[in-house]
Design a protein around this ligand. Structure first.
Ligand code: ATP
Length: 247
């Protein structure tokens, strides 16, 4: 799984999102949204409930049609492929609410994450690595996913995303509804996955912790990108402090 990364200043842009306009029916949700993610980065999208963060990830996954704009991943136009093909480009999306198959076992849920030819060929070794990252999943591999705790289900959702051997892993609020100790576990594992060379695009409400671990962040407000900067710049920004950190 380990990929060698170039130094951060030499890294190329892998995901380029330009001028997105997205509607649900007549209602415009995203307005001229542009951002980029470089190879090996952890990039965070922040924003209040309803700002359009999940909509942005769904657009990158080609689950939504764009009214305007383009989405390029490593030079290929994702907005021009069907959603089930996006995974073949190396982009995995772990959606909010996990979307597991509750009546299937942990192992069966993981297998479903590895259906592309490359992922299928490496299924055994990837699964071994997932079980090393998440020993609880190993202990519960024959259990139905629906019987797992919230934290374990989140681990399984991330594990299933990793089974596709993604180059870019998009995580939509992985800490939602979890006890603080599990939140720390999830973030620690996200950082480990990133250190192994997987680029991360993260949507989170847990702003303080996310800003300390990310390379860069963007703020979405009412469907528009209103601010961008490094994690450190955000931690020292008065608007961020007041609106998102409560200080
Ligand atoms: P949250 O943290 O609450 O999920 P978010 O920033 O991810 O917030 P989105 O889920 O992207 O926000 O929603 C953006 C806006 O689009 C909201 O006003 C929401 O009500 C609306 N919306 C989301 N899904 C649909 C849908 N399927 N049909 C119509 N409107 C929708």
């Amino acid at each position: 799984m380990l990929r060698l990364l170039r130094p951060i200043w030499e890294r190329t842009i892998v995901l380029k999102v330009e001028h997105l306009d997205v509607f649900y029916g007549d209602l415009q949700i995203l307005w001229d949204v542009s951002f980029e993610v470089k190879e090996g980065e952890i990039v965070v999208l922040l924003g209040a409930n309803g700002a359009g963060k999940s909509t942005t990830l769904k657009a990158v996954s080609s689950l939504l049609k764009l009214a305007n704009g383009s989405i390029e991943f490593q030079g290929s136009r994702l907005d021009q492929v069907r959603s089930h093909k996006v995974i073949e480009f190396g982009v995995a999306h772990v959606p909010e609410g996990r979307r597991l198959f509750p009546e299937m076992t942990v192992e069966e849920n993981l297998i479903i994450g590895s259906l592309t030819p490359e992922a299928k060929a490496k299924r055994k070794e990837t699964m071994k690595r997932i079980y090393e990252l998440f020993p609880r999943l190993d202990e519960r591999k024959r259990q139905n996913a629906g019987t797992l705790s919230g934290g374990e289900q989140q681990m399984l959702a991330i594990g299933r995303g990793m089974m596709s051997l993604p180059k870019l892993l998009m995580l939509d609020e992985p800490s939602l509804g979890l006890a603080p100790i599990l939140v720390m576990d999830i973030f620690r594992i996200v950082q480990m996955i990133n250190k192994e060379g997987v680029t991360i695009l993260l949507v989170e409400q847990n702003v303080k912790h996310t800003l300390t671990m990310c390379d860069r962040a963007y703020v979405l407000e009412n469907g528009r990108i209103t601010l961008s900067g490094t994690g450190n710049e955000f931690l020292n920004n008065d608007h961020i402090k007041e609106a998102y950190l409560g200080i």
